[in-house]
Design a protein around this ligand. Structure first.
Ligand code: ADP
Ligand code: MG
Length: 350
C-alpha cells in the first residue's frame, strides 16, 4: 500500500494548461475521487500518475518514491477504464489470469489464483464464458478482477461505470466500494458524475479548469461548498441561487420574495438553498407558481416559477396537499440551512 502525492504538477499542451499546479495527497488505503466537468483534466491527471502521460512540470510520488520519470511497468499500478479492454478470444478465467501469465506464473497456479479472485467478485459461475457472452456489468467485474489479481499498490479508475445502464451502474458501484474497502488498496478514481463521487469517496476532490476547487469528505463538500461552482456542481437537483440584499431582518430578493434568514453580513449577497431546504406551502397571495411536479417515488421534484426565475424544491409526496401544477405557493428556507455567497466573486461567506 502507498500514499500518493501530486506536487505542483502541471500539464500543458501548447498554450493550454490542462492540469495547473495540482497539489494533492491521497492517504494510504483511501478512496479519493476526482470529480469535475468533462474536459477539466481528470484523465490527464490519472494518466500522469500511471506514467502514460509525461508531466510538464512538478513531481509525483508514490510513498516516498519520486516516480515522475519512472516507467509505467515499474509503478505497481493497476488501472480500470471506461472501456474494459478485455481480450475477446479469452474466457473469463484467462482474462483474469492474464497479468499473472504475463509475469510467467505457471498456468495451474495462475488459474488457481484467478479463480479465487473471480469468485470474490461474483464471477465464479462464468469462468468459461467469453466477454461477448457477458453483460456490461459482468465485463466490468472481469476488468476489476484482472486489476485485483495483480495485487497492485494502487488502483486507478477512469470513469469505469460510464458504459453501464443506470441500475447496473449502482450495483457495480456498490460492488466496487465493497472490494476497495476489503482490500484497502489506495485508490484514485475519476468521474464527471458527482453522485458517483459522493457515494464512493472517502475524500472528494472537485476540479475546475485543471485546478482544485475544493477537497474534503463528501459531507464537508456538500454541506460547506467553498463557492457557487462547487455549490451547484455537487448535489442533485442542484442548489438554487437567488440574488438579494439583506436589511432589517429580511433578504429582499430579485424574484420579489423576502426571506426571513440570518446571513453573516448585510448588503448584497447570493442566497443558496438546496432543493430539500426550500419549503413550499399553498398561498393564494403568492406570485410564485408551481410549474411542474415530477414524482420520484416517495418524493417529488417541484419546479416553481417566480417572475423569470425557476426554482427547484424537493418535497415528500405525502405532504404535497395543494401543491400542484398552477398553484401559487409561499416559499421559505428551512431554518439554518441557507448558504451565502459573495455576488461578485461567488465565494462562500461565513
Ligand atoms: P477529462 O478527463 O476531465 O474529461 P482530459 O484530461 O481528458 O479531461 O482532457 C483535458 C483537456 O486536455 C481537454 O480539453 C482535452 O481536449 C485536452 N487534451 C487531452 N489530451 C490532449 C492531447 N494529446 N493534445 C492536446 N490536448 C489534449
Ligand atoms: Mg476523462
Amino acid at each position: 500500500m502507498a500514499t500518493i502525492t501530486f506536487s505542483n504538477v502541471t500539464k500543458t499542451y501548447g498554450q493550454n494548461h490542462v492540469v495547473d499546479n495540482l497539489d494533492l495527497d491521497l492517504p494510504d488505503g483511501s478512496m479519493t475521487v476526482l470529480v469535475g466537468p468533462s474536459g477539466c483534466g481528470k484523465s490527464t491527471s490519472l494518466r500522469m500518475l500511471a506514467g502514460l502521460e509525461a508531466v510538464s512540470s512538478g513531481d509525483i510520488f508514490i510513498g516516498e518514491r519520486n516516480v515522475t520519470h519512472v516507467d509505467t511497468r515499474d509503478r505497481d499500478i493497476a488501472m480500470v477504464f471506461q472501456n474494459y479492454a478485455l481480450y475477446p478470444h479469452l474466457d473469463v478465467l484467462d482474462n483474469v489470469a492474464f497479468p499473472l501469465r504475463a509475469k510467467k506464473m505457471k498456468k495451474a497456479d495462475a488459474h488457481r489464483r484467478a479463480t479465487e479472485v473471480a469468485q470474490s467478485v461474483g464471477l465464479g459461475e462464468l469462468l468459461k464464458r467469453r466477454p461477448k457472452d457477458l453483460s456490461g456489468g459482468q465485463q466490468q467485474r472481469v476488468a476489476i478482477a484482472r486489476a485485483i489479481v495483480r495485487e497492485p499498490a494502487i488502483f486507478l479508475f477512469d470513469e469505469p461505470l460510464s458504459n453501464l445502464d443506470a441500475k447496473l451502474r449502482i450495483e457495480t458501484r456498490t460492488e466496487l466500494l465493497r472490494i476497495q474497502r476489503r482490500l484497502g488498496i489506495t485508490s484514485f478514481y475519476v468521474t464527471h458524475d458527482q453522485e458517483e463521487a459522493m457515494t464512493l469517496s472517502d475524500r472528494m476532490v472537485v476540479t475546475r479548469n485543471g485546478g482544485v476547487a475544493q477537497t474534503g469528505t463528501p459531507n464537508e463538500v456538500y454541506s460547506r461548498p467553498v463557492d457557487t461552482f462547487v455549490a451547484t456542481f455537487v448535489g442533485s437537483p442542484k442548489m438554487n441561487l437567488i440574488a438579494g440584499s439583506y436589511s432589517e431582518s429580511l433578504l429582499h430578493t430579485e424574484i420579489g420574495i423576502d426571506f426571513a434568514v440570518d446571513p453573516p453580513r448585510r448588503g448584497d449577497l447570493l442566497l443558496g438553498v438546496r432543493p430539500d431546504d426550500l419549503l413550499l406551502s399553498p398561498d393564494p397571495a403568492s406570485h410564485a407558481v408551481v410549474s411542474l411536479v415530477e414524482l420520484l417515488g416517495p418524493r417529488a421534484i417541484v419546479t416553481v416559477t417566480a417572475g423569470a426565475t425557476e426554482l427547484t424544491a424537493v418535497a415528500e409526496v405525502s405532504r404535497l396537499g395543494g401543491i400542484e401544477s398552477g398553484a401559487p405557493v409561499a416559499l421559505r428556507v428551512r431554518p439554518r440551512s441557507a448558504h451565502y455567497f459573495d455576488r461578485e466573486s461567488g465565494n462562500r461567506i461565513e
